[in-house]
Ligand binder design. Structure first.
Ligand code: MRU
Length: 345
C-alpha cells in the first residue's frame, strides 16, 4: 500500500511530515532539537496518539545522538529534561508519556555502555518503538477485519490511519485488511470538526489506498445510521482507562451514543501502548483544550463574528458501556473490560 510516513529518522534528524498542509502539499520538516520535536507535536504537524509516541521517542534519541558528553551517565539529566519538554507538548494521548518513559528506562538499563554504544542503543530503541507500532497496527487489522460484515459500511471519525501511527493505522487497519483481502468495504468518513482530520487526512489516505469512501459532516452520522447505511463504527483512541472508558477525538462520544441507539456495533481499535491501567476511569483522563481560533476560523478564514470565543475541548470520553469491543494487537477485548484490559497489558 502506497502510504505516507508521518515520521522518519535519517541524517541524525527527526523528519516530520507536516500534516497541517495535507492533502494539498507534502512538506517534510527536519528537527535536530528536542524543542523543535516538541513543537512539531504541539502544533499538530504530527498528530495521532501512536505517531506522537514514535516522534517523542525519536526526540529522546536526538539527545543521545547529539550529546557531547563522554559518558552515558552524564546524558541522563538531559534525557530527563527532554522527557519533561516532550511530555508537556500534548496532554491526552498516553502513547507520548509511554514512549518517553520507555526511552528513559532504556537509557538507565544501558547507562554502563561506552558513549558510542549508548547512542546506538537509544536510536535502536526509538526505531524499535516505531517498528513495533507498525506491527501492532497490522495485527489490529488482522483481528478487526472479521468484525466488518460482508459488504460492510464502516463509519470512522478523525484520522486513525497510517498518518496517525507508524503506518497502516488502528481504526483503518481492519478496513485496509478487508480491502487487501478483496472484500467490498465502504467507509463513511466523518469530517471531524474543528480540525478536519477526517476530511483532510482520512479521506486522503483512503483515496490513496483505493478504498471507497463517502465524506460526511459530523452532524450527518445519525441520518446515515437511521437509514440503515452504517454496519459498524470503528474509531481509534488516545487513552483507554482501566475500566474501558475511551478518550478519543471530540465527537466520538456522540457517535457511540448514536450507534447504541441504532443497535450498531461501536469498536475502538488501539495498541496496548494506548491502555493506561493507572487511570481507573475516563473521568481522570486529562482533556486537551485547544485554541478558540481553531473553531472560529477554518484554515485562516474567520467564520464566526469577531470577538466570539469558542470552546474547544479536543477530546471526549466514551463510557465503556457504549463500546462493543476494543481491538488491540493481541485480539478483541469484550466487556467486562477491566479484566480483559489487565490481561492484555
Ligand atoms: O488531535 P489528534 O488529531 O491528535 O487526535 C487524534 C485522534 O483522536 C485519533 O483518533 C487517536 O489519536 C488515535 S490515532 C491512531
Amino acid at each position: 500500500m502506497n502510504q505516507l510516513v508521518s515520521v522518519t529518522w535519517h541524517d541524525n534528524a527527526v523528519h516530520v511530515l507536516d500534516q497541517r498542509l495535507l492533502p494539498h502539499q507534502e512538506v517534510v520538516n527536519a528537527y535536530t532539537t528536542v524543542a523543535g520535536v516538541a513543537d512539531s507535536i504541539r502544533s499538530m504537524q504530527v498528530r495521532g496518539a501512536p505517531a506522537i509516541g514514535c516522534t517523542a521517542a525519536y526526540g529522546m534519541a536526538l539527545v543521545a545522538v547529539h550529546t557531547a558528553a563522554d559518558s552515558a551517565s552524564t546524558v541522563i539529566p538531559a534525557l530527563r529534561a527532554a522527557q519533561q519538554v516532550l511530555d508537556a507538548s500534548r496532554p491526552t494521548a498516553v502513547n507520548l508519556f509511554w514512549a518517553t518513559a520507555r526511552m528513559l528506562a532504556h537509557a538507565m538499563d544501558n547507562v554502563h555502555l561506552p558513549i558510542a554504544a549508548f547512542r546506538a542503543a537509544m536510536l535502536t530503541e526509538a526505531q524499535t518503538i516505531f517498528a513495533e507500532d507498525l506491527a501492532m497496527c497490522q495485527a489490529i487489522g488482522r483481528h478487526g477485519e472479521p468484525l466488518i460484515p460482508a459488504r460492510g459500511r464502516v463509519l470512522t471519525h478523525c484520522n486513525a490511519g497510517g498518518l496517525a501511527t507508524a503506518g497502516y493505522g488502528t481504526a483503518l487497519g481492519p478496513i485496509y485488511r478487508a480491502h487487501e483481502l478483496g472484500r467490498a468495504v465502504h467507509v463513511y468518513v466523518d469530517e471531524t470538526r474543528p480540525y478536519l482530520q477526517g476530511a483532510r487526512l482520512t479521506a486522503f489516505e483512503l483515496q490513496r489506498g483505493g478504498v471507497p469512501l463517502t465524506l460526511i459532516t459530523d452532524n450527518m452520522a445519525a441520518y446515515f445510521m437511521g437509514k440503515g447505511l452504517v454496519d459498524c463504527v470503528i474509531v481509534g483512541a488516545d487513552r483507554i482507562a482501566a475500566n474501558g472508558d475511551v478518550a478519543n477525538k471530540i465527537g466520538t462520544y456522540g457517535l457511540a451514543v448514536l450507534a447504541h441507539a441504532h443497535g450498531i456495533p461501536m469498536y475502538v481499535a488501539a495498541p496496548t501502548s494506548t491502555i493506561d491501567l493507572r487511570i481507573a476511569d475516563g473521568s481522570m483522563i486529562p482533556i486537551e483544550e485547544r485554541s478558540s481560533d481553531e473553531v472560529t476560523m477554518i484554515q485562516g478564514i474567520r467564520i464566526a463574528p469577531a470577538g466570539v470565543i469558542a470552546a474547544h475541548p479536543a477530546f471526549d470520553v466514551t463510557p465503556a458501556r457504549y463500546i462493543s469491543g476494543i481491538i488491540c494487537e493481541k485480539g478483541v477485548i469484550r466487556a467486562p473490560y477491566g479484566p480483559g484490559l489487565a490481561a492484555m497489558c
